[in-house]
Design a binder for this molecule. Structure first.
Ligand code: NAP
Length: 312
């Protein structure tokens, strides 16, 4: 769909991640039903949750609810904050060998005393629905069939469903984490974009983003991507999730998110200065309601894919 012209103010097309993710969840539920009919297998997801991190608890409970709705089997293994790496590895050994569990994920972050790399490497690659295992990362680079991290694959899915051409375009990814920045850059490259990856040591971020047809911002820094860093008509994908309290908000944000501040005293914003960037962009994802909801939808998709792969 073309951008709307309202008076003299150009408004970017909002990419509705909530709607797209609902569509994907419904498609996955339908596909899982068909798969069950033909194979008698119910996709199963196990989540290991260590400690009492409130945000992690919310994420895990959302994942469980989404599994229930899709007709999947799901199980959460809760472990105490002071658990050892060995205890987690034992649990993973058990889950790796269970036939009713096709996907395993360990909710991050883990407490600092845990060897996170060892934990993630102990999940069987074919059950690694988060796609963080080195085997899956290697396969992604080698463009082989694999389980791809959910947030990055959700971004590509959004672009596809909005019919946004990636091939031949300049894409700039801001952030180089293993969870978002690096895999999304690789996926964009695999879709034939010319990709620039920026990070905290990048000398001239503005020129890197200004030259981009597609910008993916994944830093966790509010207002990092400003209006003068975005080319007219660019596609702006905002992955950042930043919690802003009322006392830290400027006047524009206070007005825009008045309801949130009145009800909760906080609001969520991304890495993009949305109010000022939106009139320049061709497409833009909101926060919340953009990339965020895609992650769980893609996790379900990965779990079903894992179940199908394991069924041969
Ligand atoms: P992360 O591991 O902290 O990585 C942040 C990245 O941003 C790093 O690569 C860092 O560079 C880079 N960076 C920091 N300051 C910068 C600057 N001034 N200019 C350019 N780059 C800069 O974070 P993450 O896990 O990728 O997450 C990023 C954001 O996405 C967070 O807000 C997170 O909450 C959100 N997120 C959302 C979802 C979702 O929507 N479902 C999923 C995952 C993450 P260095 O490598 O040089 O330090």
């Amino acid at each position: 769909m073309k951008s709307l012209i309202i008076g003299v103010i150009k408004i970017a097309k909002l990419i509705d991640g909530k709607k797209i993710s609902e569509d994907i969840k419904n498609e996955v539920a339908e596909e899982a039903k068909e798969f069950k009919k033909t194979s008698n297998i119910t996709p199963g997801l196990a989540v290991i949750l260590v400690g009492e991190n409130p945000a992690s608890k919310v994420y895990v409970s959302s994942k469980q609810k989404a599994c229930d709705k899709a007709g999947f089997y799901s199980e959460t293994i809760k472990m105490d904050e002071d658990v050892s790496t060995g205890d987690i590895l034992n649990e993973l050994h058990n889950l790796n060998n269970r036939r009713d569990i096709h996907g395993i994920l360990v909710q991050l972050p883990l407490p600092p005393h845990i060897d996170s790399a060892k934990v993630l490497e102990s999940i069987y690659p074919e059950k690694d629905v988060d796609g963080f295992h080195p085997v899956n990362i290697g396969k992604l680079v080698a463009q082989q069939e694999c389980l791809v991290p959910a947030t990055p694959s959700g971004i590509i899915e959004m672009l596809k469903r909005e019919n946004i051409t990636v091939s031949g375009k300049n894409a700039t990814v801001v952030g180089r984490s293993k969870i978002v920045g690096k895999p999304v850059a690789m996926l964009l490259l695999n879709e034939n974009a010319t990709v620039t990856i920026c990070h905290s040591k990048t000398g001239d971020l503005r020129s890197a983003t200004l030259g981009a047809d597609i910008i993916v911002a994944a830093t966790g820094i509010p207002y990092l991507i400003k209006e003068d860093m975005v080319k007219e008509g660019a596609v702006v994908i905002d992955v950042g999730i930043n919690r802003i309290s009322k006392d830290k908000a400027d006047t524009a944000l206070l007005e825009w998110r008045k309801e949130d501040f009145e009800k909760k005293g906080v609001t969520l914003i991304g890495d993009v200065d949305f109010l000022r960037v939106e009139p320049r962009a061709g497409y833009i994802t909101p926060v919340p309601g953009g990339v965020g909801p895609m992650t769980i939808a893609m996790l379900l998709k990965n779990t079903l894919k894992a179940a199908k792969m394991q069924a041969g």
